[in-house]
Write a protein that binds this ligand. Structure first.
Ligand SMILES: CC(C)(COP(=O)(O)OP(=O)(O)OC[C@H]1O[C@@H](n2cnc3c(N)ncnc32)[C@H](O)[C@@H]1OP(=O)(O)O)[C@@H](O)C(=O)NCCC(=O)NCCS
Length: 155
């Protein structure tokens, strides 16, 4: 179902661990065809979180509806909390919800775990990602992770 409102202030965005109740909704998330170059399938990320022992999977909700996914992990090498696999379902994009989801995640991780240094990466041509993260305060550092641009935020 497509959302009726385009104004992000109408949505209460929250972040919740993926669990036995919401994982099917996460697995069903879709991005636009051209965006498949930027992210893997949500099912791949769920498997990664299950088996690599590093990443923590989180569902993004607007009200009670699952509209997105992201995962987080702490990199022992740089001590930063990395966000990855960020997806807002294609029917819910461009409403400010990606920005709100990242903000809510940082808020939650800072409050519950005391993390202050956050990092993420994206492909240089991924303008939606770059703008959404810049709006939260992430700044490109000149570092690269594989073929991706790294941006960091200190809270
Ligand atoms: C990247 C993504 C999570 C952003 O979520 P979103 O809810 O659409 O983003 P927002 O509505 O919060 O938009 C934030 C900014 O990005 C801009 N934006 C959003 N979609 C855009 C698009 N397709 N093209 C250009 N700019 C875009 C918005 O205009 C806004 O910019 P502004 O703050 O300068 O006005 C979403 O587009 C997505 O899931 N993309 C596919 C997967 C992906 O690329 N994930 C990131 C991997 S690093």
């Amino acid at each position: 179902m497509a959302p009726p409102e385009s104004d992000s202030s109408s949505y209460n965005v929250s972040i919740r661990p993926v669990d036995s109740k919401n994982w099917r909704d996460v697995a069903a998330l879709q991005v636009e065809a051209h965006q498949r170059n930027y992210v893997a399938d949500p099912t791949y990320y769920l498997a990664l979180c299950c088996y690599d022992g590093l990443w923590h999977p989180m569902a993004v909700l607007a009200g009670e509806k699952v509209i997105g996914f992201l995962m987080w992990a702490v990199d022992d090498e740089d001590g930063s909390c990395w966000l990855g696999g960020i997806i807002i379902d294609r029917r819910w994009q461009r409403r400010g919800l990606g920005r709100k989801a990242v903000e809510a995640t940082i808020e939650l991780l800072a409050k519950e775990h005391g993390y202050r240094d956050f990092a993420l990466s994206y492909q240089p041509g991924n303008e939606a990602a770059r703008r959404a993260y810049a709006a939260v305060g992430f700044e490109e550092t000149g570092e690269q992770e594989d073929d991706e641009v790294v941006a960091r935020l200190r809270r």
